[in-house]
Structures are given as C-alpha cells and as structure tokens.
Design a protein around this ligand. Sequence first.
Ligand code: NAP
Length: 279
Amino acid sequence: MTGDMRLGVLGTGHMGQALLRGVISRGGVAAERVIVADVRRDVCDALAGELGVRIAADNDELVANSDVVLLCVKPQVLFAVIAPVAERFGPDTLLVSVAAGVTLGALERAVPAGTPVIRAMPNTPSLVGAGTSAWSRGRAATTRHGALAQGILGAVGVAYEMDESALDAVTAVSGSGPAYVFHLMEAMMEGGVKAGFDPALVREFVLSTVSGAAALAAASDVDPGELRRRVMSPGGTTEAAIRQLDDAGFQTAVVRAMGAARDRSVEMARAFTSSAPSK
Ligand SMILES: NC(=O)c1ccc[n+]([C@@H]2O[C@H](COP(=O)([O-])OP(=O)(O)OC[C@H]3O[C@@H](n4cnc5c(N)ncnc54)[C@H](OP(=O)(O)O)[C@@H]3O)[C@@H](O)[C@H]2O)c1
C-alpha cells in the first residue's frame, strides 16, 4: 500500500531526511514517487542528486502532487507553512505531522474539514533504521491512513499507534531520549580520557559499550536494574562508580529531566493550540 502512494516530504531537515531515506531504502517507496520541498534549495538539490527524488517548485506544488504529505518543519513555523497551502488538503490528501507539541485538534483546524490527519512522534535513530515512533489518528483518518503512517514510520524502526494523550510521555521517553544517551556517551568519553584512556579509541569503546549494553538488555529476561547489579561486585570498581552516580543524584536527575521534557511538550501543545489559526 505504501508503495503506491505519492509521498511529499515538506521540510527536509534532520527528521524529514531520516524518514525520506528510510521509506526509499526500506519502505518500498520508489524515489520517483517522492517529491520534496524545503526553503533550503541546496538540500533539495543534494537529495534529488543522491536519491532521485523530485523537487517541488514550492510547497503548493508539493501538496498538489502528494497523496501523503509528511510535514517535517519546526513547530514554530508549522502553521505559517500550512496556511498558504491549506486549501490543497482534503479527504484525498493525508497530512502526517511529526511536530512536537502540535495537537491533532490544532492540525485539523488548520486544514479543510474531512482532511485525514496523523500526528507522529519519531526520533532521530530513524536515520539508521533504528527509530522508535508513536502515532495517533485524527477524526477523519481511517485504518487505511493508519496503515500508510505505519508503513512510513515502520520503515525506519518500530512504530506503534497510541492514544494522543500518550504522546507527551512518548516525547519524553523516545523523542528526546536519544539526547539523554548521547549526553551519557559524551560524559563517558570525557571520563575515559581523564581516566587515562587513549583519546583516539575512546569513542569506539564507548559506542561499543553502549550498543552492547542495549543489546544485552534487549536479549535478557531481567530488567536493567538486575543487569546493573550483575556488573557490580561488592567492593568492586563498578560499585565505586555507581556510588558516585548515586551521590550526584543521577537517577533523580534523569527522572526530573524526562518530566521536564513531558511538561514542555504539554506547554508547547497549549501554546500552539491557542495560537493555531482556524479554517
Ligand atoms: N530532531 C528530532 O529529534 C525530532 C524528534 C521528533 C520530532 N521532531 C520534529 O520534527 C520536526 C522537524 O525537526 P528537525 O529537527 O528535522 O528540524 P530541522 O532540521 O530544522 O528541519 C526543518 C526543515 O524545514 C525547513 N523549513 C522551514 N520553513 C520552511 C518552509 N516554509 N517551507 C519548507 N521548508 C521549511 C527548514 O529550513 P531552515 O533550516 O532554513 O529553517 C529545515 O530545513 C519538528 O517539528 C520537530 O518537532 C524532531
């Protein structure tokens, strides 16, 4: 089903490119059925040269030539991007937004009544086919539209349909989540070098350790807490390290950080909903 659609990717930044590359390489969508638009024409030119996608002259041409419009612009500009092309939407054009904090209700009010809308929350590992996404259907989106969204997001990782009320928590866990892990990796690289590790090799060791730990956790039937305890022998090196993390409030800080991400998502949804134009 995904293979038959004409896909328009509006906004070819980090997330737009991740999804675009995924659907072409793994989602069974032919590059010639994909059209892209971005204010950064150089990026579109590079994508057309590399992947063979078509470039729309403008956003209007993109929407007019798409069965599914994947809207991948920043939430702050989203309504200004939709407004001039809103009339191009309708029952035959599915709008999939990946914008954090922009609700289905606000999206539905920005396009003509009856337009199927899906709100998705992907993450950047989608770029390497290891994404984690959740998506929710608007009032006019049918199971067929859901299957199209699942086809796009599932091409770049795992994807789940969820109630929209869950998306703020999804943002805190998987949307922003890669940044928490990258932050840990930054700290481990700094700590490794300070501990005397070869700076030329530290990145490789940290990457391999983090991906190895994730693979072990995925393959285990015990939770990460038990896996951590299995590394910690009494009086040993890991126990000394974990004591430092506990003294610094590591777990509390992570829990608070995720609460802040969730709260910000709620706050953004409120702000964008109150500023969203109505058709
Ligand atoms: N990055 C993540 O981890 C992540 C995770 C989940 C969801 N998201 C969502 O994904 C969306 C995109 O995020 P991103 O990180 O990919 O942002 P990004 O890299 O800035 O990409 C957005 C692209 O849209 C372009 N653009 C701006 N105005 C436009 C217009 N009028 N017409 C066409 N293109 C326009 C931007 O150009 P300029 O740079 O010149 O403005 C940029 O190339 C956001 O809504 C975000 O909430 C991102």
